[in-house]
Write a protein that binds this ligand. Sequence first.
Ligand code: FE2
Ligand code: FE2
Length: 256
Amino acid sequence: MLTPEQIQANLEKFYAIIEKYISEPRATKLLALYQGQEDNLAFCPASSRTAYHNAFPGGYVDHVIRVVECAIKTTTLWSEMGATINFSMEELVFSALNHDLGKLGRDGKPAYIPNDSDWHVKNQGAVYKPNAELPFIPIQDASLFILQSEGIPMTFNEFVAIKTHDGLYDDGNKAYLLSSQNDSKLRCSLPLILHQADEMAARIEWEKVWIDKVGTPEKKEVKAATPTQFKQKAESAKLANVAKGNPALLNALKGL
Ligand SMILES: [Fe+2]
Ligand SMILES: [Fe+2]
């Protein structure tokens, strides 16, 4: 859960991201879109269930900011590892910033409303439920629909990144992501990076609340070790595995 001060600080950070990374005229249009529904933006959750992520007031903005930050760092990693970065910083941030826009709902109606069924809250952690006043549409499609409704244009890269941000969790993305032909493969890695950033952010958000509650035997071991000890242990386990299967590779690794 977030405090009112954290929710306010996140809102300011969210607007600052638009001002820093998005050029005109899109920046003004995005600010109008978001500031025109500031209460909804501030208190919207990022999901409906506690087992998903950030299912609490303020969860949406908190998640989106984390996805933007993860996307920027992920791009740096991909670049350092040799990937071609043939998209712009604005495309990266625009896609991350608006990927879940559909979760805000539309026409003045929120997409998620508090669940009035105690049974579902208690037994399924379904603290919110879809707002039945709105017809069904997948979140990513709603994000794209709202952007076009507001006259906010996007590049091809941004469209595909937002559309496919759930990666292969969504069967509809197979046409984009499972190509067997060079010509039909993604021509830039932005969609893969956004999916990775979204996955990372959502996992971190879940862990923040739940990892200590669910617990694992391995976790105790990890917690007891310093980061250096853990790294050494992981290294020796890796070397032992390699030694079993490939002594030549083991020697090569030792020489690094
Ligand atoms: Fe999403
Ligand atoms: Fe997301």
